[in-house]
Design a protein. Structure first.
Length: 257
C-alpha cells in the first residue's frame, strides 16, 4: 500500500488524474473502473484538461463504472448522466467502449450477470478508481454483516439516502446496482481518492482498522497494489506514530510540505 497525503484537495485530485493519465499514455487500451460522486468531479476535470493537452488518450480505452442508482440512464440524477457531464462528453471515448449497469433494468439479477460477463469478456481491469463514503462504503457496498462478492442489487443505507437528498437528489433512490468487493479487488491496481475532513474517520478505519464489512473500504487494504491519495483533511485521523496496517501490509506515506 502506498499512501500519499497532499496539501489540499486540488493537489490530491491532480495527483489522481495524473496517475490515470500516465496509465492511458503507457497502455492506450487500458480497462478502467470509474467512480462517481463529488470527490471525483475535480479528478475528472483534471483528466479532461490533460486529455486536451494530448496527455490522457481515451480513444482506445474501455471503462466500467462501479455502480448505478436504480434510475433510468437518461435521468439527470443517474451516474451515467454524471459521467457524461463530467468526463465522457469531453474525451474521445466511443459509446461502445463505455460499460454501465442499467439502473432501471427490470430483472436486476440478470443485469448484474450481464455486467460481470462483460467484465470477464474484456479481461481484467487494469485500474479501479474508487472513493470512500462517509460511512465507509465503497462503490455502493454498504456497511453490514457481509458484502456482495460480485455485482449485485443492493439497498442503500439511511445515511447514504440522507446524503443523496442533501445533494438535491429528492426523492433519493432506495436501491442501486454495484460491483461486488471481489470484482473490485480483481483489478490489477486500485486507486483510492478521498478528500475533506468528513472522510477522515472512514479513511482511518479503512487503512488502520480491522478488515470488516462494517467498514467496506477496509477490504481495499488487502489489495497488493493499492495507491491511496488524500488531502490533509482526509488524512487527519491517521495515526502519526505507527504505520497502521504495517503488520499486514508494507505501508509508505508521503506528506507534502
Amino acid at each position: 500500500m502506498r499512501v500519499e497525503v497532499l496539501k489540499g484537495s486540488r493537489a490530491a485530485s491532480r495527483r489522481a488524474a495524473g496517475e490515470i493519465a500516465a496509465l492511458l499514455a503507457r497502455k492506450p487500451r487500458a480497462r478502467l473502473a470509474l467512480a462517481s460522486g463529488k470527490t471525483m468531479i475535480p479528478v475528472y476535470a483534471e483528466l479532461v484538461r490533460l486529455h486536451r493537452l494530448g496527455l490522457a488518450p481515451f480513444r482506445s480505452a474501455r471503462t466500467f463504472n462501479l455502480d448505478e442508482l436504480r434510475l433510468a440512464a437518461g435521468d439527470p440524477r443517474s451516474f451515467r448522466s454524471f459521467m457524461e457531464r463530467h468526463l465522457f462528453s469531453s474525451v474521445d471515448l466511443a459509446e461502445s467502449r463505455i460499460h454501465f449497469l442499467r439502473g432501471d433494468a427490470g430483472d436486476a439479477a440478470a443485469e448484474c450477470r450481464r455486467f460481470e460477463r462483460d467484465l470477464e469478456r474484456f479481461g481484467p481491469l487494469d485500474l479501479a478508481l474508487v472513493g470512500v463514503g462517509v460511512n465507509g462504503h465503497v462503490a455502493y457496498l454498504e456497511p453490514g454483516r457481509a458484502l456482495a462478492p460480485r455485482t449485485a442489487r443492493v439497498r442503500l443505507s439511511p445515511s447514504t439516502r440522507r446524503r443523496l437528498a442533501s445533494q438535491g437528489m429528492r426523492p433519493a433512490p432506495r436501491e442501486a446496482l454495484t460491483m461486488g468487493i471481489e470484482t473490485i479487488l480483481a483489478a490489477w491496481r486500485l486507486l483510492l481518492v478521498a478528500t475533506g475532513r468528513e472522510k477522515a474517520k472512514a479513511v482511518a478505519a479503512a487503512l488502520e482498522g480491522p478488515v470488516t464489512p462494517r467498514w467496506p473500504a477496509s477490504f481495499l487494504s488487502l489489495h497488493p497494489d493499492l495507491t491511496v491519495v488524500l488531502d490533509r483533511a482526509a488524512a487527519s485521523r491517521l495515526s502519526r506514530g505507527g504505520t497502521g496496517l504495517a503488520s499486514r501490509k508494507e505501508t509508505r506515506r508521503t506528506h507534502a510540505l
